[in-house]
Design a protein around this ligand. Structure first.
Ligand code: TYD
Length: 137
């Protein structure tokens, strides 16, 4: 998938397979839509802090609020999609070439991120005007 041509319509909420029992819930993430190479999690985010403010050229990501809630703004250079994640049974699939901003973290929120590639700073676009240039808008 070419990050230059992707739009917010290529990003989706994915329902994750969940086993419900009286003893608790178990949710499974198993190479949903791409092969996972890296997992990281963001937590202890202060109330007013924002994260993200970048896009990736080739990286696919799946983001899950495994605890608490937070807001994600997705932007393809033309359109914006605002999503609040608060259900550990749902993942947000973000395709390459999408600008993202994370905010409004609730107390105790944990943002689990699964990525298709190992960490590579070269894959980041951290300046919004460079992002618009990348998207040819
Ligand atoms: P960044 O991806 O900018 O985090 P966020 O979008 O949540 O604000 O990463 C923050 C810092 O952590 C940055 O200096 C790069 C570093 N980092 C790694 O070294 N390895 C990783 O896998 C990730 C995700 C970040």
């Amino acid at each position: 998938m070419n990050g230059v041509e992707t739009t917010i319509h290529d990003c989706h909420i994915i329902q994750l397979r969940t086993i419900l029992r009286d003893e608790g819930k178990l949710t499974i993430i198993q190479n949903e839509k791409f092969d996972l190479k890296r997992v990281y999690y963001i937590y202890d985010v202060p109330e007013k802090a924002e994260r993200g403010h970048h896009a990736h050229k080739t990286l696919h990501q799946l983001i899950v609020a495994i605890s608490g809630s937070f807001h994600i703004k997705l932007d393809d250079g033309t359109r914006v999609w605002n999503v609040t994640l608060r259900d550990p049974k749902k993942g947000l699939l973000i395709r390459p070439g999408i600008w993202r901003e994370l905010s409004d973290f609730s107390k105790g929120a944990i943002c689990l991120v699964m990525a298709s590639e190992l960490y590579n700073e070269e894959d980041y676009i951290r300046n919004y005007y460079n992002f618009l240039e990348f998207k040819n808008v």
